[in-house]
Design a binder for this molecule. Structure first.
Ligand code: GDP
Length: 312
């Protein structure tokens, strides 16, 4: 299965005649940069559109309505309701959406840099809170033999029914399985720096300058900013939305309650706690603490949950 890139399609800057009336057309935002966006219409045409000021929050993955206005200018007039939205805290700007309608987050971890259950937990919390299906991608599996302790740590996540894929870009293993898991979904890659996200994206989307997010070379529409996010189609169905900003998004804007609901086994147990707003710290009749004591909830996960709460 190969990836199909939207950038190879020629872009209809002014619709060349056919649709010059002011009727709304539905499309998918495949790139967003400054006050413009590239929108793929349902018939496959790609349009560069201006954005109304009030629609500045448009992001890749959004379904939008656009209209051709005077002078053949195409304008996005509204955003259709989103199924999911991935937010990010941007310095001096607050919480902003970075991608819409994503339904699968590929969380990339590796043995080098050091495998961190804390960071993995944070991404899982983000995915659970955004109601987006997480997949753990353990990359650099070719290095696993030097880190025998990691297998036990990974087992905790497999026991929680999180899908876990082992990949190696160097040995080209696990890549076909990853492609299959990504098929029919709109995916993003996240994970700390150095785990191999760029290497994976470059392998999955050959010809894309994933390192910079650069997409200008064959789009036919001139140069985009190198930090633009971009949606790519999978040839077998499904998409990948990628940008440096998405790959390293953080949890800084999360609240205490979000952590409790982001640990799925804690959330599940919390329904049996005496208090509905139980934070599972020192409250009486706390089912979470009881399950930790009985080894039904992994104590490492519980300790990391407590640490996240105290950092908030
Ligand atoms: P990113 O910061 O997550 O985008 O990580 P990069 O893709 O830039 O990779 C960081 C380093 O890890 C590079 O030197 C890659 O060549 C290396 N790397 C990536 N994937 C693998 C892998 O599967 N195995 C090994 N041994 N090294 C890898």
């Amino acid at each position: 299965m190969a990836f199909k890139k939207v950038k190879n399609r020629s872009i209809d800057k002014d619709l060349q005649g056919a649709t010059k009336k002011s009727t709304s057309m539905q499309g998918l935002v495949v790139s967003r940069f400054g006050a413009e966006a590239d929108v793929e219409l349902e018939d496959g045409r790609l349009l560069r559109c201006h954005l109304r000021r009030k629609l500045e929050g448009i992001v890749c993955g959004d379904q939008v309505l656009c209209e051709v206005q005077q002078g053949s200018k195409t304008v996005v007039v509204s955003i259709l309701p989103r199924k999911t939205v991935l937010d990010r805290l941007i310095r001096y700007q607050g919480v902003k959406p970075v991608a819409a309608n994503v339904d699968q987050i590929c969380i990339v971890v590796s043995p080098e840099p050091e495998f961190s259950s804390t960071i993995l937990d944070k991404y899982l919390v983000a995915a659970e809170n955004a109601h987006i299906f997480p997949v753990i991608v353990f990359n650099k599996s070719d290095r696993l033999q030097d880190y025998p302790e990691i297998e036990q740590q990974l087992k905790v996540y497999a026991d929680l029914n999180y899908p876990l894929l082992m990949t190696s870009v160097i040995e080209n293993t696990g890549i076909e399985a990853l492609k299959q898991v990504m098929q029919e979904h709109t995916n993003v890659f996240v994970g700390q720096s150095g785990v191999g996200k760029t290497s994976l994206v470059n392998l999955l989307l050959p010809g894309t300058d994933a390192l910079t997010g650069g997409i200008s070379e064959t789009s036919g529409l001139g140069t985009h900013t190198t930090t633009a996010s971009r949606l790519y189609h999978l040839s077998g169905g499904g998409n990948v939305i990628d940008s440096p900003g998405i790959r390293e998004f953080s949890l800084e804007h999360f609240k205490k309650e979000d952590f409790a609901s982001g640990y799925r086994e804690i959330f599940e147990a919390s329904h049996s706690c005496r208090f509905r707003n139980c934070l599972h710290t020192s409250e009486p009749a706390c089912e979470v603490k009881a399950r930790v004591k009985n080894n039904k909830i992994d104590s490492g996960r519980y300790q990391r949950y407590l640490k996240l709460l105290s950092e908030e």
